[in-house]
Design a binder for this molecule. Structure first.
Ligand SMILES: Cc1ncc(COP(=O)(O)O)c(C=O)c1O
Length: 387
């Protein structure tokens, strides 16, 4: 079975580059290849492309262009937000307390854990409900005068749950605590206006919305103290050193604009497919649970746990049958330990090890779902018997 005749159902892991995005990028590899920091005409042309892209991104996020920091990926944006905000808050106001949710991507959670382990920060996890949602009231109860920052994921990669980011942001704003959200998964489908969301910092990465891999953005509200993490040249107003990757920056800006313009149509296309899948799996297969919120979830996202099943064995069997799915975060596939996100929902090991994530995208048709629904129930039964 070659990937060409396999059905791709893993759009939360990554997406193919939209041809319109690719054609916007191509001139910047060879024709307009200058370094925007150079003074000459080549540099000026590259700088014009950079600033156009920055403006385009700022328009989508409803912010000022100078509040956009281009990074190399969603992970880097998360790292810069967490480290940069925490270290600046400690230096400026002796704040030492970091609040995150227990359902963050490792780009946030491992960074926060390192800040605690090696840099002396006090790390506290916010309680979540059984759907993995973080309530604003809970955030309010956990804020302290020493809180350096709060970070809560907008839409969860493993379970699709969307948290009430605007309300959480308002709580943090009222207490003047910097609030960061990881919007890496949310960016493909959800509103990103940073003022409506009341965020001070927000991470996105292009490859989740039909842009290239290896490019991201950190929105950072003007006036929010931030210590640069990557030092060197003065790029990005001294907040992130490194020669700009112009083709990828242009690609991110184009993909983001297309994604925000087309997300209502994409949502309308995918929700019925996703709902058909959810309904049938929950009805036909015994001992299965939906993970994440039943309604407040990403429109393309279906995630389950099957009791007493090896999730990795299921993924491999599905791959052999021609379906590319995932068990959770792309980075975690292959790990024998149950996911921390699923454990945080209160699921026991025997449930959490049997996870399946199906995330739909632009190429999926109703026939893909029908084909999967034919294969999945007997496969689960067979693997349970073997296990
Ligand atoms: C919620 C979330 N945050 C961060 C990342 C990391 O993004 P990147 O792959 O661009 O480093 C991912 C990628 O899976 C993600 O889903």
């Amino acid at each position: 079975m070659t990937p060409q005749n396999s059905i791709y159902l893993d759009y939360a892991a990554t997406t193919p580059v939209d041809p319109r995005v690719l054609s916007a990028m191509l001139p910047y590899f060879q024709k307009t290849f200058g370094n925007p920091s150079s003074v000459h005409t080549y540099g000026q042309q590259a700088e014009a492309a950079l600033e156009n892209a920055r403006e385009k991104v700022a328009q989508t996020l409803g912010c000022r262009p100078k509040e956009i920091i281009f990074t190399s990926c969603g992970s880097e944006s998360d790292n810069l937000a967490l480290r940069g905000l925490a270290l600046a808050a400690r230096q400026q106001r002796n704040a030492n307390h970091i609040l995150i949710s227990p359902v963050e991507h490792h780009a946030v959670s491992h960074t926060a854990q390192q800040l605690a382990e090696y840099f002396g920060f006090e790390l506290e996890y916010l309680p979540v409900d059984r759907h993995g949602m973080i309530q604003p009231q809970v955030v309010a109860e956990h804020l302290k005068p020493s809180t350096a920052l709060v970070s809560v994921i907008y839409a969860n990669n493993e379970i699709g749950t969307i948290s009430p980011i605007a309300e959480i942001g308002a709580v943090c704003n009222a207490r003047q605590v910097p609030f960061h959200t990881d919007a890496v998964q949310a960016a493909a489908y959800l509103p990103l206006d940073v003022n409506a969301l009341h965020v001070d910092a927000m991470s996105i990465g292009a490859h989740k919305f039909y842009g290239p891999k290896g490019i991201g953005v950190l929105y950072m509200r003007q006036g929010t103290p931030l210590l640069p993490v990557q030092t060197g040249g003065g790029q990005e107003r001294g907040r992130r050193a490194g020669t700009h990757n112009i083709p990828y920056i242009v690609g991110l800006a184009e993909a983001l604009a297309l994604s925000q313009a087309e997300s209502p149509a994409r949502t309308a296309q995918l929700v019925p497919l996703r709902n058909r899948l959810l309904g049938q799996v929950l009805e036909e297969i015994p001992d299965v649970l939906l993970t994440g919120h039943p309604e407040q979830r990403l429109p393309n996202h279906a995630s389950f746990v099957f009791k007493g099943l090896d999730g990795n064995a299921l993924l491999m069997a599905l791959d052999m049958e021609g379906f590319a799915c995932s068990s959770g975060s792309a980075c975690k596939t292959g790990s024998p330990e149950p996911s921390e996100v699923l454990t945080a929902l209160g699921l026991s090991r025997s449930w959490a090890l049997g996870s399946l994530r199906i995330t739909l995208g632009h190429a999926n048709q109703p026939s893909d779902i029908e084909a999967l629904l034919k294969v999945l129930p007997p496969l689960v039964e067979k693997l349970r018997k073997l296990g």
